[in-house]
Write a protein that binds this ligand. Structure first.
Ligand code: ADP
Length: 293
């Protein structure tokens, strides 16, 4: 059974490409990451899936419902967290939560209180007076309080501090273990790597790779920066090698042992190994023109 199924889904804003021929399936109960840099089309896909945008071509089914025809039924069963949250001016958090629960024709008081407590959000505060992070928390509670069977989260961690991000993902994992499907968009590779079982990578409106996260990221190189000198040109797995005044920077996807041996044979004072950003993954693991993993 699919939570999400699209076939050739396309959305153009006039002449501007939003998404192009996206065919995607997400199984019920999956924890699915939708990755891509800014402008790739993540929000467009999500808003089309929710029936908030009318597709230019193709079709989409969410929880077995046709998104164009059954939008209202769908919104009752889905929790949606938009990338940018907007509330009516002058509202308190609790009013916004009640309004959102009312739209779903549910009394979600207990779950709302539990979520506010976990996220450290005071429901009596005026939303206009909240920090960006607290406004995000209010939006999270709105999306989760009715315990939907499908969570669609657009760049959910923007604005949350690292501690809250951890708490938020803990909540998502519990929901997932209880059977909910989680579909989240992100431009942060580590976020998807840590939590998602499956993922798709979007670039310029199209999916360039999809599958199990462990397969998608197996090829992912590390970004390495060294201070000092070592013979790296001929080392297999070194790409994008750039000499810097202090040493060198490169992407590395070879064996750790081989890298350490090459560095040990040189004269290295310092070494930093970090996660590649998404752009690195696109350019060096999936090729400039894209292609399947
Ligand atoms: P992402 O969520 O991955 O950052 P978006 O879906 O927001 O990407 O945007 C995909 C493309 O669609 C971008 O080129 C963006 O400029 C364009 N786009 C998004 N929303 C609109 C809009 N309302 N009108 C015109 N173009 C838009």
């Amino acid at each position: 059974m699919y939570a999400i199924k699209t076939e050739g889904l396309t959305k153009y804003y006039g002449k501007t490409r939003g998404i192009e021929r996206i065919s995607l399936t997400v199984e019920r109960g999956d924890f699915f990451g939708f990755m891509g840099p800014n402008g790739a089309g993540k929000s467009t896909l999500i808003r089309t899936l929710l029936g908030l945008l009318r597709p230019t071509g193709g079709r989409a089914e969410v929880l077995g419902l046709d998104v164009a025809r059954d939008r209202e039924k769908l919104l009752e069963r889905v929790g949606y967290l938009p990338a940018e949250t907007a509330f009516w001016p002058g509202m308190r958090v609790r009013d916004a939560l009640r309004l959102s629960a009312g739209l779903r024709r549910r009394d979600c008081g207990r779950e709302a209180r539990r979520l506010c407590e976990r996220l450290g959000l005071d429901p009596s505060r005026k939303i206009d007076e909240l920090s960006l992070g607290s406004r995000k928390k209010a939006a999270i509670v709105c999306a989760l309080q009715h315990e939907p069977e499908l969570l669609i989260l657009d760049e959910p961690t923007g604005g949350l501090d690292p501690l809250m991000q951890r708490e938020f993902f803990a909540i998502l994992r519990q929901r997932s273990e209880a059977g909910a499907t989680v579909f989240l968009s992100s431009h942060i590779l580590s976020e998807v790597q840590r939590s998602c079982a499956h993922a798709a990578i979007l670039r310029d409106g199209s999916i360039v790779a999809s599958g199990a996260v462990k397969d998608l990221t197996r090829a992912a190189a590390r970004r390495v920066s060294v201070r000092g000198r070592a013979a790296l040109d001929a080392l297999p797995g070194v790409r994008d090698l750039r000499q810097t005044p202090e040493g060198a920077e490169f992407l590395y996807s070879g064996q750790t042992r081989a890298l350490l041996a090459a560095l040990a044979a040189g004269d290295i004072q310092d070494l930093t190994v970090s996660e590649p950003d998404l752009e690195d993954v696109f350019l060096h693991c999936y090729g400039k023109g894209g292609g399947q993993a």
